[in-house]
Ligand binder design. Structure first.
Ligand SMILES: Cc1cc2nc3c(=O)[nH]c(=O)nc-3n(C[C@H](O)[C@H](O)[C@H](O)COP(=O)(O)OP(=O)(O)OC[C@H]3O[C@@H](n4cnc5c(N)ncnc54)[C@H](O)[C@@H]3O)c2cc1C
Length: 604
């Protein structure tokens, strides 16, 4: 004879009663104390409870959900405190430097606590920013993800005893309690609460959205598998297609599985549209479904839905449409767009260099034969603002094989037309960069179209140097391009020294480099680019030469200029280029040099 709580239990399977007990306790949250369950199920932790016990379990479940939900605030507050601490240390170090600029005293300053702390922090943050394995994401995301996963698992397990249904339900509610922060991390609007609180931009938050997505999925996977397991034990698999609540649960799980699968990098690379449309549509559908799955989840679902709507409204309000002039840049596969901006937004566009916008093509500008419900209604692609004037912004984009690229390329064939183009933004993290002019040297490295980001930054820094009466030689620009024509859009910046005459700009033209031809992957954007090479008429002063830049030599050259100098390095190019630059700079960080490093990738 087995007993648990107030219920008398008899050994031996008694499936009809087990199912009746399950229905009452799990769905109706009431219990008939005369019901019994069999010994095999008890051994597996499946019991029939009194109504009081059911209530206690409900309270414990709700509490776990709320703790998981609100505990998100803890890392946020810790992060803000850490940032404040970092700011204090930097300030004290900067004051030391400003006070004692002489070289021998400066060396002695290395021993001072502020400098030591700052350098140790520099090494730690460099280590955190490193990829665990090439292409597998930075260490900080892994640590954050595993730490958060361990915390949520603890919340799922603590106090569940040997009650199988309790732990199964816990995994469900704790997973869904993370939906609001998960949706918040995906918000692209400049007015996202997290972007505002952390003074950051969506592309910096997006990796955490992906990590949290995997954490949530792992919890939901266990929740769903344990329910399936239970149905199998209890001989109640018919619930999978008979009970609406179970049908909803399984459908949501399958939708989320599809979202997680299509978000994997190979699929995103194969078709960004497939990933994006599935993510958007399924991301909306699952909310009402979970709302009806169980009432305990509603608070989290409403919150996530509210954030989703808030993001859409902010983004709509931050989108303007103007009649653009779109031209193809001769002998390249580059397209130049000039899009008017409203006077009210001009200040935001000029607030920082290297910001980007989201471009979308309204139905009236989509190529002929496009259906009314076209993919363009859902697409918005990011492009960096190459320059800003009082009335317009200029974008330069490499035409690839995707729908937005193709549509814009098509619009260049209508030279007199000024099709309406919508832009949302500006967005980007450059606003929150530290004051780069406080560094002794600044090295900017651009690969190909990455110059849309690096060149405005270079011009801005040169202006800053002039304002602070510092030598312009402190800022160096390396730009690697395949053909001279690729630089044509940038050679004569308005009101500035032409790039060809600027001693601090080294352009490398790599089209003659056999190394670059060897590394072309057939069908890749690079291959398209190579096949497009034509006779060039543009004259570029290739101060760097006609080979790929030797990035080791470039980096070492800057660091060797002064033994104690603080160096800022910004790179915007291919992933491979950024990885090499980071590796080379990393050696100097190891040797104790103070470095600020930023890699602006053009895709995720
Ligand atoms: C911050 C940022 C700035 C960029 N600036 C420039 C630039 O100045 N010039 C330039 O030529 N290219 C730039 N890119 C790359 C550019 O966005 C893609 O090349 C372009 O969207 C490709 O469009 P498509 O129609 O050919 O292909 P799609 O199939 O629409 O997209 C191809 C790839 O573009 C990226 N992409 C598309 N839409 C999004 C999105 N909504 N969010 C994030 N990534 C997306 C993804 O990596 C995707 O795999 C930038 C990318 C980013 C993230």
């Amino acid at each position: 004879m087995y007993s648990y709580g107030v219920t008398a239990l008899h050994p031996g399977p008694d499936w009809p009663r087990v199912i009746a007990a399950y229905k009452l306790s799990v769905f109706a949250h009431i219990v008939d104390t005369s019901l019994t369950v069999s010994a095999p199920l008890i051994k597996r932790g499946i019991y029939v409870f009194s109504s009081l016990e059911i209530k206690a379990r409900r309270i414990a479940l709700d509490r776990a959900g709320l703790v998981a939900h609100f505990s998100v605030l803890v890392p946020l507050v810790v992060l803000l405190i850490l940032r404040f601490g970092k700011w204090i240390v930097r300030r004290s170090v900067k004051n030391d430097y400003d006070a004692v600029p002489g070289s021998p005293i400066r060396k002695a300053a290395r021993l001072e606590t502020g400098v030591k702390v700052s350098r140790t922090w520099g090494r730690v943050s460099w280590w955190l920013d490193e990829e665990m394995v090439a292409g597998w994401g930075e260490r900080k995301f892994w640590i954050a993800g595993l730490g958060w996963w361990a915390w949520l698992i603890t919340l799922c397990v603590v106090g569940t005893g040997d009650d199988y249904m309790h732990i199964t339900k816990r995994f469900g509610i704790v997973a869904v309690s993370q939906f609001p922060i998960h949706y918040m991390l995906s918000m692209k609007s400049a007015y996202s609460p997290l972007s505002l609180a952390l003074n950051t931009s969506h592309e910096e938050l997006n990796p955490y959205h992906r990590v949290l997505g995997r954490v949530i999925y792992s919890l939901l996977f266990l929740h769903a598998s344990w329910y399936l397991n239970f149905f199998a034990w209890a001989g109640f698999l018919s619930a999978l297609y008979k009970r609406p609540v179970v049908i909803i649960g399984w459908t949501v799980f399958l939708l989320i599985t599809t979202m997680v699968t299509t978000a994997l990098e190979p699929i995103r690379r194969w078709s960004y549209r497939v990933f994006f449309t599935i993510h958007l549509i399924f991301g909306i559908i699952i909310l009402p479904m979970l709302f009806f799955h169980t009432s305990a989840l509603r608070i989290y679902i409403l919150e996530a839905f509210g954030l989703f709507i808030y993001d859409i409204i902010c983004r709509k309000l931050d989108t303007t449409t103007g009649f653009a002039s779109i031209t193809a840049i001769p002998n390249t596969n580059l397209v130049k767009l000039e899009i008017p901006i409203p006077a009210t937004k001009q200040k935001r566009f000029t607030a920082a260099p290297g910001q980007h916008i989201y471009l979308s093509i309204p139905p009236e500008s989509t190529p002929p034969n496009t259906s009314t419900l076209s993919i363009h209604n859902l697409l918005f692609n990011p492009f960096t603002i190459a320059s800003v004037s009082a009335t317009s912004i200029t974008l330069v984009l490499r035409s690839l094989s995707g729908p937005t690229s193709k549509a814009l390329k098509h619009l260049t064939t209508l030279p007199k037309a000024h099709p309406p183009i919508s832009v949302e933004g500006p967005l980007g993290s450059t606003k929150s960069f530290p004051d780069l002019t406080s560094y002794d040297r600044i090295l900017l490295i651009a690969g190909g179209i990455g110059a849309t980001y690096i060149l405005p930054l270079y011009e801005h820094l040169q202006d800053q140097m002039e304002t602070h009466a510092r030598s312009p030689d402190r800022v160096q620009l390396i730009w690697s391009i395949r053909s001279a024509a690729d630089a044509s859009w940038a050679l004569k910046p308005e009101g500035r020294v032409p790039l060809n005459d600027d001693e601090n700009v080294r352009i490398f033209i790599t089209q003659h480099s056999s190394a670059s031809e060897e590394s072309v992957i057939p069908g890749s954007p690079t291959a398209i680019e190579m096949s497009d090479l034509k006779k060039e008429e543009v004259v570029v002063n290739a101060r760097g030469g006609y080979e790929r830049p030797d990035l080791k030599e470039v980096v070492d050259g800057v660091f060797k200029l002064g033994r104690e100098e603080r160096v800022a390095v910004v790179v915007c190019g291919t992933k491979g280029m950024a990885r090499v630059v980071r590796g080379e700079v990393g050696r100097w960080v190891e040797w104790g040099r103070e470095v600020w490093f930023h890699d602006e990738g053009f895709g995720w």
